[in-house]
Write a protein that binds this ligand. Sequence first.
Ligand SMILES: NC(=O)c1ccc[n+]([C@@H]2O[C@H](COP(=O)([O-])OP(=O)(O)OC[C@H]3O[C@@H](n4cnc5c(N)ncnc54)[C@H](O)[C@@H]3O)[C@@H](O)[C@H]2O)c1
Ligand SMILES: O=C(O)C(=O)C[C@@H](O)[C@H](O)[C@H](O)COP(=O)(O)O
Ligand SMILES: [Zn+2]
Length: 361
Amino acid sequence: MKNLELDLGERSYPIFIAPGILADGALWLKYIAGSQVCIVSNDTIAPLYLADLKAQLSEKNVCEVILPDGEAHKTLAVLEQVFDTLLANNHNRSTTLIALGGGVVGDMCGFAAACYQRGVQFIQIPTSLLAMVDSSVGGKTGVNHPLGKNMIGAFHQPNCVLADLNVLKTLSDREFSAGMAEVIKYGLICDAEFFGWLEQNIAGLMARDAELLSEAVYRCCENKATVVAEDEREGGRRAILNLGHTFGHAIETAEGYGNWLHGEAVAAGTALALALSVKLAWLAPDVAARGVALLEQAGLPVEPPSNMNVDQFLQLMGRDKKVVDGRLRLVLLVGLGEAVVTSEASIEIITEVLLAAGVSA
Ligand SMILES: NC(=O)c1ccc[n+]([C@@H]2O[C@H](COP(=O)([O-])OP(=O)(O)OC[C@H]3O[C@@H](n4cnc5c(N)ncnc54)[C@H](O)[C@@H]3O)[C@@H](O)[C@H]2O)c1
Ligand SMILES: O=C(O)C(=O)C[C@@H](O)[C@H](O)[C@H](O)COP(=O)(O)O
Ligand SMILES: [Zn+2]
């Protein structure tokens, strides 16, 4: 068992990382204060793990909402299903929501918890690699809008995070690779030593070696917890967790939600951010090349989609949440493990980098 604490004063919470903890209610039932529980999952994950979870909740009054699977369903309209179920079952402010799923379920359940009766408690049980290393930690919740990713949401922290490494056995290879994009992100932005460890162990990780996976999930959560503890609501440093995301979210939106997975779009976006960092002479080309090589070894795309043009990129990037007074702010690297949030990259230089990556004029 590897435990961490995200230190946020009265909103602090533990992150439990171990194989089999889903079935260890004795460890986590104390994070459910009242008798009412609402499990939010989807129609892929529920048949696999809902019964195991419910077996631990036999003393509680449990209802469930099974959402349609997929990024395309991360919408306000689908979120209403959670509120309908909570109200139909007379859930009050002492209810606890449980997110059982990947990042989509986690973001939606967390947002429902932030909104229902102006805020109730929730627990994150991440089932994808991406959700274990990133989305279940830190309290960003929300849904997409047709014009932009995660545009409607709230910061709302869970009571605890339960990462049961056993469930990764049923995750598809494509989704596993997508999670690796966020794993590699931590090495690039704030942990050069971890990046070196990833380079050494990438083959074993892709083979899902249990010990290596446990270490990788722990190191990512540790890095994320440190960043979030410093800057819970992204007033400053937290924005480094957005490496590759300004380009990546533009790709996800332009291609239609779910066609490029979040991790795939972040990987291609990270390659663009590395190229831009080199173009500005802030990053040595060999460091950028190591980043791109590791993403490729993780089975990820490192080139933007061939059907996007520069204007599309710039228009969608212009809606990014980091934009201030109309100026883009991007996360770039000034060294391995050293990220900065900057508005110094001009539209002209960004355009040059997009064109050099094969994006059409
Ligand atoms: N809140 C945050 O800080 C944060 C961070 C990163 C990403 N995100 C968001 O997370 C989402 C991406 O998350 P994701 O990659 O987990 O996608 P996802 O939630 O769509 O899950 C990926 C796919 O794998 C399936 N799946 C999940 N766990 C499984 C398991 N154990 N066995 C079999 N199938 C399983 C899901 O049903 C889905 O089809 C995006 O919407 C992204 O914006 C949020
Ligand atoms: O936790 C954060 O902060 C992140 O930026 C993590 C990202 O991996 C994640 O995709 C997040 O949802 C992006 O946030 P957004 O504010 O750009 O929508
Ligand atoms: Zn992300």
